[in-house]
Design a protein around this ligand. Sequence first.
Ligand SMILES: [Zn+2]
Length: 322
Amino acid sequence: MNNTSETEFVAPKKSTIINSGKGEWLTQMVPCLITQKLITAIYILPFDAEKTILVPNEEIEKNFIKLERDDTYVYTENYPNKKIEIAEFLIKKVNLKKLKKHFEDNQIMTTLIEKIETDSYKSKGNNSVCKILEYKNFIEGTVVDNSKLKRVGDPIYNRRARHSVPISKDYSREDYENCCSFPAPIGIREEDFALPSEQNKICIELLEQVFNSVNAPDCPKEIADELGLKINKNTHTCKWCGELFNIESINQNYCEKEHTLNLCHRDPIAGTKANNIYFGHCSCNREQGGYSELERLMQICRLSKNKEEYKNIIKKELFLDI
Ligand SMILES: [Zn+2]
């Protein structure tokens, strides 16, 4: 589909299960592009899905709302800035097939490319998310244990696309239990959210960081050009310790030893954006903890304020002549 100037958008009022076989969630208020209208049903493409689904007209009338659009945007209360650029619906993921094929005999590169793919395109998810079977039992009233039922469900998807509906940190468990979709999942953490265009930027950024690490293999020029990778060998550093990142320090069991690799956030609140994440050391990521770099800096400032000794150390370290 190349022309979206005439297309319409709808969104489901509540989360439901689609695809009767294995079952899959259709999230509450996820914008869906209408791709084809039949006589009694229409095909829709949910923003966070890869395939279209067929929905009967009466279901659309009863359980969906129509979303406003203009030439550039579709308007939706549930996404950042209350709108999504329509072009985002047509963006394809970066194609990593050739890269995977080229490095198929290189265990570390294979693991890294898979990690990059997951980090770029999937949200972290949550183990307590409501499973499809649990949801069916809940709806059919076959769950007997009330205490268990109370805990069923979490508003966060399990390993779902990063452009699923972002749920604000302020959204409480009570809000969730009162929402019409409960206990079905209704989205992903807002810090996990990224639009498809941003996800592709993350993917490219992380690939560049890998090829810019010490001891990284060469990326074939043809693949680098096709993906638009800017490679400057031996320039990628862990931002926390400032050391050049060495690809040979990575072992297969992430985080079991010092100096393995981790996806680090310079500011955890700013979330998953290409300019906020980097591959760094696990030990460094642990040291930073859940704080942003700026928060850590302000802690040092506070400690130093009334202690000349600390101030002198900082001046010396930074070669400050004051
Ligand atoms: Zn480090």
